[in-house]
Design a protein. Sequence first.
Length: 377
Amino acid sequence: MLNRAVCFMLVLIGGIFISCTMKEDTPMGESSLFGKLPDGREVVQYTLRNNSGSVVKIINYGAVVTSLVVPDRDGKFQDVVLGYNSLRDYENCTTYFGCIAGRYGNRIGKGKFTLDGKEVQLTINDGENHLHGGKVGFNKVLWDAQFVKDSAGPSLALTYVSPDGEEGYPGKVTLVVTYSLTDKNEFRITYKGTTDKTTILNPTHHSYFNLSGIFTNTILNHELMINADAITPVDRGLIPTGKMLDVSNTPMDFRSFTAVGKRINEPFEQIRFGKGYDHNWVLNGYNGKIQKAAELYEPQSGRLMTVYTDQPGLQFYSGNFLNGNDKGKGVAYQWRTGLCLEAQCFPDSPNKPDFPSVTLKPGEVYHQTTIYQFTIR
Ligand code: BGC
């Protein structure tokens, strides 16, 4: 009798728990409570699944991709992006795991530039420079999210309205980022942005990939190809000098597949400045249309990730600032256990008239499409 009563209570409590944490189940995806911000606002985790069995999970805090599960050559599904289990970790995170970085992904020298004849001063948050949108960038705000019908596949649209003056940026900017998972295992990101005053906009996606699916492995065995003949070399503060550097005969040459670790410790000045790879590659044949930018292959699992983008640049960051302090998904992320391939305009472009422009004016629409496609080899 007692046992029955206990069972009944447990079922009841379980039911209440499930109905509190399950937010919504639609044919397009599921959602559940991920956590609450200190002010009580709820952060929700959304799940997109395709017909090939791949799954991507996204939270509306920072538009963060919390996991991306894709098959290896034996059909084994594993998560290939670094991340955390709890909202608190994302709130405290300085690594930008999985987020949309913005308004300006990457660095602006001294956080300063001139726009329409006026000097703009942004928040300084990286030495003497501005990085990834400032102290409270797009990675630290709550976005509105909803499942949307998209011909690409199950999709989630996230919208953030950035007020005029946020982190020093002029104009109220509305950015819609749509994440889609196609049946061809493409994880597609489209961006659409507008402003009410002349401003700059250059968002990017900041997932750290480890295609082995084992986060205690480094990414040094990953073989990388980047379709670029040049990089924008940087100074010690990682601000571009404004010149172009031909990659020929340097450790920056990834025009054919090369293991990331092969030349990463060479005494090449750019490598020393970046403490490894942390540079912008100037993509060949930029014309504003979607093109293949890079391929990343992990030999043990056979996973191959191909990056397509309509952007002029690709920041390849080899996780040089990971140091074991960030723990998530049951491991402490050690040095170079994840790498980012961030499609964007060139760093510090507001101060470099020869770089493609990132200026956005009222009435114009900012667009970006970047695709990470997963296959096996
Ligand atoms: C930058 C790194 C920076 C990292 C922060 C990357 O996009 O290139 O320099 O440390 O983001 O997580």
